[in-house]
Design a protein around this ligand. Sequence first.
Ligand code: PEP
Ligand code: MN
Length: 263
Amino acid sequence: MTNLKVHKNNKKDKTLVKVRDVTFNDGSFNLIAGPCSVESYEMLDEIASLIVKNGGKLLRAGTYKLRTSPYTFQGLGQEGIEILHKVGKKYNLVTVSEIPSLCELDLFIEKVDIIQVGTRNMENYALLEALGKTNKPIILKRGQQATIEEWLLAAEYILKGGNDQVILCERGIRTFETYTRNTLDLSAVLALRDLTHLPVIIDPSHGTGRSEMVSSFVEIAHFMKTDGAIIEVHKEPENALSDGFQAIDFKEYERLVNKTWKK
Ligand code: PEP
Ligand code: MN
């Protein structure tokens, strides 16, 4: 493992991932917030306005949803991308969305600031190779069943192509526990500090599947000096078209931001 491009031994400086006025791995904590899915222009506009009002710079929103069941909401697809692009421009927010496959690469390169590779695609090597030939920042989520080594090797596919703008995201792994949706592996976050020069963030929304745990984990991530967190926020979580059970509402978002940053 030690001869890999992702490995800390092979690069003495931390890799800064930069998008406009946002930098990962410079000691700052970047909170990426937004709905699991874009549901309409109005709903995304309202969330973006909340984020800007509270000093946030990054907006996440799913567009092509990779759902476990084909009968659940599949996302607005290209229309969702257009909405995210428009709202991002209006509020000057750095946008994040998950790419479903290689077929959508050109669209994502043109319209999304940071391309997310979701847990299900962590082993999609053709996609990782193609992303390696771009200069887009990538959030690479950990596969649900991936070891830290497998995850780093997935990142290596991107770096090997020449793109070092990779942010690793711990989003929980499958264990025997069912109380939480996944088991958020915070020891992996510490392990990565020794292993790689890439920035690391956590996703406590998918990592726990429980809205009541999200803010505490953001505070823990902040305390641990990770490079940030990505969380799901919705105006009415109980009416969300996807993952409402793990989204925090606007009030909780404001409480979290004010408690963690504006001491
Ligand atoms: C998401 O961020 O909306 C998502 C589906 O994440 P993951 O790939 O971690 O499940
Ligand atoms: Mn989700």
